[in-house]
Design a protein around this ligand. Structure first.
Ligand SMILES: Cc1cc2nc3c(=O)[nH]c(=O)nc-3n(C[C@H](O)[C@H](O)[C@H](O)COP(=O)(O)OP(=O)(O)OC[C@H]3O[C@@H](n4cnc5c(N)ncnc54)[C@H](O)[C@@H]3O)c2cc1C
Length: 522
C-alpha cells in the first residue's frame, strides 16, 4: 500500500520528515449546515423523487446538489481515486443509526439507488459514489470511546485509522487497524484488514467483537458471537452485502515500544532490494516465520520514464533495535530511513498518516492475486512484473507490493472465531500480492488494468506449475472485475454468505438498490 504515493524519492523524503497527524477538524463537516436551506427551499432544490422524500424525512441530513455541504463533501472527502468521483443526485449525512434506518426505509420505498462511502479509499468505480442515486456518507458517525475496563474500543463508521491510534496512545493500547492512517475504518474491517500485528492476532476484522448494523428493512441490530452470530461471521470479509455498519466494537491490546519505519532505497539497490524481498519468504530464517515482524515493501516503475521507486514500511513489535528478521532490509544502504525503536505504536503509525499519503488527484487501482509465499513465487512475481512493465508504453506509476500472510496469521484468525475468508492454516504461508497504479489520463485506464490482468494470470500460472498456487483474492486490494467471494473457504463460504443475505435482505436491497461494491450474487 505504501506504493501509492511514494512515486519519487523526493516525495518519500518529504514523507519521512513530515509526520503530520490527521486533522480531526477536517472530518467534522457535518457541523456545517446549509443555512439557506429550510422548508420549501429544500423541496425545490431536490430534483428527484428519492431525494425529495429523503429530505422530507430527514431535513437536516439531506443536501441537494450545489448546497454548501454537498460541495464540501465532494471536495474535502471525495474518493481517493479520481476514477471513482461521481455526481450523486443528493447527499445524505446521517449521524445516528436511527437516522440511517429512516433513510434506508425511505430509499427502499421510493426505489432509489444509493452508494455508501466512509473513508472513500476503495479504488473501484461505483463502490463509494453514484451518479444516478443518493450518496450516503458516514462522516458523521464519530463515536470513539473505550469501555470502562479498557478492553473494547468503539469506533463510529466515520473514523479513519490514525484517529483511532491517536485516541488509544495515552492508554498504551492499540487495536489492529490499517497501516495508512487516512484509510476509513469500515471498508478495511469489512474486507479483512492487513495490519502490523496479524501474525499473532489475525486480520483486523478478527478483533471485531460486535457490529451495530442497519439492515435492509431498517432494523438496527447488534451482531456478535452471541447475538446474530451468522451476521457477525458474514461481516468478517463479506463487505457491504448485508447492511450498513454504524459502529465497530474492537478488542484492544497493550502497546509498548515497537521497531519500525519507512526506508527508501536508491535505484542502484534494485537487485539487492528484490533479493531481500525474495529471501524474506524463506521459512527458515528469512523473516516470515518471526511472528512480531511484518513488511510492506514495494517496487515501482514508470514505464514511460524508466524511473524506479524502491521502498517499504517495516515493523517489528518489541524493542529490539536490530531485528534479525529485517536484517536483509536494514542492511541495505538506504537513501532515507526512519527505521528505529519508537516509544509506542502511535508514534510509528504516524509515518503512514502523512498528508502525502492522502493525495486524491490521480486515477488509481489495485489488483490482487494469491499464491503461496515462498522465495520462488516472490522471484516469479518480480521477474514477470518488471519485464512486463518495462515493455509497456504508458505514463503510469506501477507498483508490485509483497504482503506475506503467514500460517500463524491464518491460525490466529481461526482461533478468534473465524471469518468468511476461512483460510486453512495447513496450506502454509499466503502471499496476498498487490499491484497498484496511479496515472492521470482516463485513456490509460484499460492499459493499466489490462497489464495487471495479464501479469496476474501469468504469475498465477507459473506458481501453479510449481504447486505453489493459492486461490485467494484479497477483497480490499481487488480491482474492478475481480471476484473475491468464490475464493473464500475454498469455495465453501459463498453459499453460506448468500443464505445469510437472503435471510436478512429478501428483497436484495444491498444487491440491487446499492449497485456498487463487490457482490455475493453476480
Ligand atoms: C492508501 C491506502 C492504504 C491502504 N492500506 C491498507 C492496509 O494497510 N490494510 C488493508 O487491509 N487494506 C488497506 N487498504 C485497502 C482498504 O482497506 C480498502 O480500500 C477499504 O475498502 C477502504 O475503506 P474505506 O472506508 O476508506 O473505503 P470506502 O471506499 O468508503 O468503502 C469501501 C467499501 O465499503 C463500503 N462501505 C463503506 N462504509 C460502509 C459501512 N459503514 N457499512 C457497510 N459498507 C460500507 C463501501 O460502500 C465500499 O463498497 C488501503 C487502501 C489505500 C487506498
Amino acid at each position: 500500500m505504501g506504493a501509492l504515493y511514494c512515486v519519487t524519492i523526493v516525495i518519500c523524503a518529504t514523507l519521512a520528515l513530515a509526520r503530520a497527524d490527521l486533522d480531526p477538524a477536517s472530518r467534522h463537516h457535518w457541523d456545517r449546515r446549509d443555512s439557506d436551506l429550510s422548508g420549501a427551499t429544500i423541496f425545490t432544490n431536490f430534483t428527484v423523487k428519492g431525494c425529495r422524500q429523503l429530505s422530507a424525512a430527514l431535513p437536516q441530513q439531506a443536501f441537494p446538489v450545489g448546497s454548501a455541504s454537498y460541495i464540501a463533501e465532494q471536495n474535502e472527502n471525495q474518493n481517493w481515486s479520481q476514477s471513482c468521483v461521481q455526481t450523486p443526485q443528493c447527499l445524505l449525512e446521517p449521524s445516528t443509526a436511527k437516522e440511517l434506518s429512516t433513510a434506508i426505509k425511505s430509499l427502499v420505498s421510493s426505489n432509489t439507488k444509493f452508494a455508501v462511502r466512509s473513508g472513500g479509499h476503495m479504488p473501484v468505480p461505483g463502490t463509494n459514489s453514484i451518479t444516478n442515486g443518493v450518496l450516503i456518507t458516514m462522516s458523521a458517525f464519530d463515536t470513539l470511546s473505550l469501555s470502562d475496563d479498557h478492553t473494547i474500543v468503539s469506533l463510529g463508521a466515520g473514523l479513519r485509522w490514525q484517529e483511532v491510534y491517536s485516541f488509544l496512545a495515552p492508554y498504551n493500547l492499540i487495536t489492529p487497524g490499517g497501516r495508512y492512517g487516512h484509510v476509513g475504518v469500515p471498508g478495511l474491517l469489512l474486507g479483512g484488514g492487513i495490519n502490523y500485528f496479524g501474525n499473532t492476532i489475525g486480520w483486523s476484522m478478527n478483533s471485531v467483537v460486535n457490529y451495530e448494523v442497519v439492515l435492509a428493512n431498517g432494523t438496527i441490530v447488534n451482531a456478535n458471537e452471541k447475538t446474530n452470530k451468522a451476521l457477525w461471521w458474514a461481516l468478517k470479509g463479506g463487505s457491504s452485502n448485508f447492511g450498513i455498519v454504524t459502529r465497530f466494537d474492537m478488542k484492544t491490546y497493550p502497546s509498548a515500544e515497537v521497531y519500525g519505519g519507512l526506508a527508501v532505497f536508491p535505484d542502484s539497490a534494485l537487485d539487492a532490494f528484490a533479493d531481500a524481498c525474495v529471501n524474506f519468504m524463506n521459512p527458515n530464517g528469512g523473516g516470515i516465520s518471526d511472528t512480531p515482524t511484518t513488511i510492506d515493501p514495494s517496487i515501482g516503475i514508470n514505464p514511460s520514464t524508466g524511473s524506479l521507486s524502491l521502498f517499504g514500511i517495516f515493523f517489528r513489535n518489541g524493542s529490539d533495535p536490530a531485528p534479525r528478521s529485517l536484517a536483509n532490509f536494514s542492511g541495505l544502504p538506504a537513501s532515507i530511513s526512519t527505521l528505529g525503536v519508537r516509544p509506542n505504536f502511535n508514534t510509528f503509525a504516524t509515518d503512514g498518516s502523512s498528508d502525502l499519503f492522502n493525495d486524491r488527484s490521480l486515477r488509481r487501482t489495485f489488483y490482487t492475486i494469491g499464491m503461496k509465499a515462498t522465495p520462488e513465487t516472490a522471484r516469479i512475481a518480480y521477474n514477470t512484473f518488471m519485464s512486463g512493465a518495462k515493455a509497456l508504453t504508458v505514463d503510469a506509476s506501477l507498483f508490485l507490493t509483497y504482503q506475506p500472510i503467514s500460517k500463524s496469521w491464518i491460525t490466529a484468525a481461526k482461533q478468534k472465531g473465524g471469518d468468511a475468508f476461512d483460510l486453512d492454516p495447513s496450506n502454509g504461508n499466503l502471499m496476498a500480492l498487490e499491484f497498484s497504479a496511479s496515472w492521470a489520463s482516463a485513456a490509460d485506464d484499460s492499459k493499466v488494468l489490462g497489464f495487471f490482468g495479464k501479469t496476474a494470470a501469468d504469475i498465477t500460472s507459473q506458481a501453479k506449475k510449481l504447486g505453489m498456487g493459492y486461490d485467494f483474492e484479497y477483497l480490499n486490494d481487488a480491482a474492478t472485475g475481480q471476484n473475491p467471494f468464490p475464493t473464500y473457504g475454498g469455495g465453501k463460504s459463498l453459499p453460506k454468505l448468500q443464505k445469510i443475505a437472503r435471510d436478512l435482505d429478501s428483497k436484495g436491497v444491498f444487491q440491487k438498490l446499492m449497485p456498487g461494491g463487490f457482490k455475493i450474487f453476480k
